[in-house]
Write a protein that binds this ligand. Sequence first.
Ligand code: SF4
Length: 502
Amino acid sequence: MNSLAHIDDHFHDHCGVFGVFGHPEAANLAYLGLYALQHRGQESAGIVSTDGNELHLHRAMGEVDEIFQQPGVLAKLPGSLAIGHTRYSTAGDKALLNAQPILIDCNKGKVALGHNGNLTNAAEWRRKLEHRGSIFQTNSDTEVIVHLLARSQARNLSGALGDALNQVEGAYSLLVLTQDELYAVRDPRGFRPLVLGKLATPGGFAAWLVASETCAFDLLNAQYVREIEPGEMLRISKSGIESIRFAPEKQHQQCIFEHVYFSRPDSIIFGRSVNESREMLGRLLAREHPVEADIVVPVPDSGVPAAVGYALESKIPFRMGLIRNHYIGRTFIEPSQAIRNFGVKLKLNPIRGLIEGQRVILVDDSIVRGTTSRKIVRMVRDAGAKEVHVRISCPPTISPCYYGVDTPTREELIASFNTPEEICKFLGADSLGYLSLPALKQAVADTEGRFCTSCYTGVYPTDLVQLEVRGSASNGKAGGASVTIENEPAAAERPVAVERES
Ligand code: SF4
């Protein structure tokens, strides 16, 4: 089996989260919610539900449907409260060990957590906590929150959670489930999205839903209520919803790349339609980088809305000159050594009849390493294009992300060390135009500097303190503030691909 990463040269979001409070089929709703959020993470998924007594967990490696379509799995997740999580990770972390939600049994009772984001001071905290006797059982930064929660002297969970979160830095959109409460929390800078929704139940009451993106509500015919504010903790219980400010105000740093690429175009993110933003990116790109050409062709799927915007603005016809194969999964089995190296052709195929003899404007959302873009330009030329003009709907990506996105190192980012002219030459294109940073901000109506743009500027809004947290999961007897985490079997008995817990 080979990873398809080499033909999907994009940044990847780490996770999606979905929570349900007050619906008799909470786990089923969580499953559907995760299904709608599958694009945010494809390596593992999990759901924890509660019937008011026990917390029930099922997690496995794989995509949401292959995990939860297994006979009897959802039936083992009873109750009217649930949280779900779908995860993408970097290579070293692909293990059930780090799948979420994490389920713990600590001095605050049984608690489950699902986290989208990355803590930038997790490694530092991990060292400190291990020094004080904490025993970590995963490689994930989320476990730092768990240990800080267990050590808090606060009398209730919202206080303990606030204590823990005020000690960590970075990005977190977090769901926390107890036997009778659901918490939804967003970090004070609001890097990653988190939204509140409402669904009519069979009994006529409203069930509360929380999700990374509003597209998950659309699937369930639920109503989008509002964003969870940066620095806000929602405590959802039988008494209703309580909004708690757990941290001082900070300059907001909402991830602008959610609008460029991560989020689904049918979602409302940070109060704004993603599709609208992407069309505007295309329109502004056409204004900044006009060129005489015959057709505008998107790199599907993510390049489509910006290409529509470019075509509308330039009045050059839009054509679906590249067709994407949607049926390749995360991995594929190479049939034989002799016919390997299909490369990008596994995913994209040109329509020669549309492209032949045409001057083509090829619109994509980003260039990361440049290797895939180069193959696509070659593919379009081989299909008979007279000229290929590449247009990118964001500025050059020059720096990695530390806030919940899987990115290559700075050395691997082609724009980090090359000018647009050099990149154009590398791609084999006739011209290359990137959207400017001011235009990107204009497209998302960012007049107050509410968005993070660090991967385009290299300037970060937080300290980046020793980010690596991998490889130091320890074993040993519990003691001090250590917590018990329901987790996978010991390494020696760990199956390679799919594991399940219920
Ligand atoms: S660095 Fe880039 S990808 Fe990461 S949060 Fe900021 S804008 Fe988003």
